[in-house]
Design a protein around this ligand. Structure first.
Ligand SMILES: Cc1ncc(COP(=O)(O)O)c(C=O)c1O
Length: 330
């Protein structure tokens, strides 16, 4: 699987639960090849869709464990609420994710690969006159994808800074919904074409938020600086995990706003990294600001980024004790 692009291979089986008459039905295991969707379905017209992304890792003991399943279920419920979709019970979500892993257990690759799980919730009511109200029926499903690295781990990333356009609207910063990725897509594609950028760091009015697919942090010796939780960005589970591990390893964590001038000034001395389920903790080697390329540190992966990434992966793979109860056996 490691040779196939991230997310392009989908496992054979998925779990599905239909929401109708104000409740989610008992979920079923079905072939992951088609959805029963009316052309007038609410999601196709009014964007009523949210999703999650988490991983199941095969430990060095051969046991498969999900990483921070409860946090991802919690975040999905926040997304559903903000999109006026029905609230999927946490127990249903977690059982559907576990059953999806169990049904595709042979697809869980050995490290550094993992089985990526994608729970999705969509409004299905066939009604093209329902722009101003919530869908009355919905579909919750969980698909799986055996994946390797999202970013090529042998090199550092180039990140372009966008100082004007936002990644999302103010009310959807914390929501994991397709509309946010659609907003970022054109800007990200242009930065890739012009500067060979892997990601765009959104900093509207010079206020650093996050990239199109990961949270951003700056590491200066034993100090980590990252934006404090607010409604402008997605509250990454990896961000929380990295900060928790870092605090325990004696790092000082500063959660505060960072402006582009500070970023530029500190670029030669610090490490920068992107955190996310797919990105893990990916080192940034260069920033591009208004067409100008700035090397981060000496351009190679920094020691702190590497150390924190390895510690996180050791917990995920049960190579070190999980003191926080982050992993769930399936
Ligand atoms: C926009 C955005 N921010 C941050 C993240 C990181 O979140 P997490 O660490 O929970 O995967 C992701 C990845 O899902 C993302 O798409």
């Amino acid at each position: 699987m490691a040779d196939k692009p991230f997310g392009s291979v989908i496992s054979d089986r998925m779990t599905v639960s239909v929401y109708e008459q104000d409740r989610f039905n008992v979920h079923e295991l079905v072939a992951a090849d088609a959805l029963p969707l009316h052309p007038a379905a609410h999601v196709l017209h009014y964007g009523s869709a949210c999703f999650e992304g988490l991983k199941a890792h095969r430990g060095s003991d051969g046991v498969v464990r999900l990483f921070r399943l409860d946090r991802h279920a919690e975040r999905m419920r926040i997304s559903a609420d903000l999109l006026c979709l029905p609230d999927p019970p946490a127990e249903l979500l977690t059982e559907m994710v576990r059953d999806t892993v169990r049904a595709n257990l042979d697809d869980v690759p050995d490290p550094p690969g993992a089985l990526y799980l994608r729970p999705v919730l969509i409004g299905t009511e066939p009604n093209i006159g329902a722009a101003a109200r919530a869908a009355r029926t919905a579909l919750l499903y969980v698909i799986a994808s055996p994946v390797g690295d999202y970013f090529d781990s042998s090199r550092t990333l180039t990140v372009a800074i966008e100082t004007q356009l936002p990644r999302t609207t103010p009310q959807f910063g914390q929501v994991k919904t397709g509309a946010n990725y659609a907003m970022a897509l054109g800007i990200t594609r242009q930065a890739a074409e012009r500067y060979g950028a892997d990601q765009v760091l959104f900093a509207p009015d010079g206020d650093v938020q996050e990239t199109g697919a990961a949270n951003f942090m700056m590491i200066d010796g034993n100090r980590i600086v990252t934006r404090a939780l607010d409604s402008s960005f997605l509250h990454g589970v990896t961000r929380d995990s990295v900060l928790t591990i870092a605090r325990e390893q004696g790092y000082d964590v500063e959660e505060r706003n960072v402006g582009v001038p500070e970023l530029v000034e500190r670029t030669p001395q610090v490490e920068m990294a992107l955190s996310g389920t797919a990105a893990v903790l990916a080192p940034v080697g260069a920033l591009v600001l208004e067409g100008q390329r700035l090397t981060v540190g000496d351009g190679s992966p920094g020691p702190n980024t590497t150390k924190l990434r390895e510690t996180l992966q050791a917990v995920q793979r049960a190579e070190t004790p999980d003191r926080w109860g982050w992993t769930t056996e399936v």
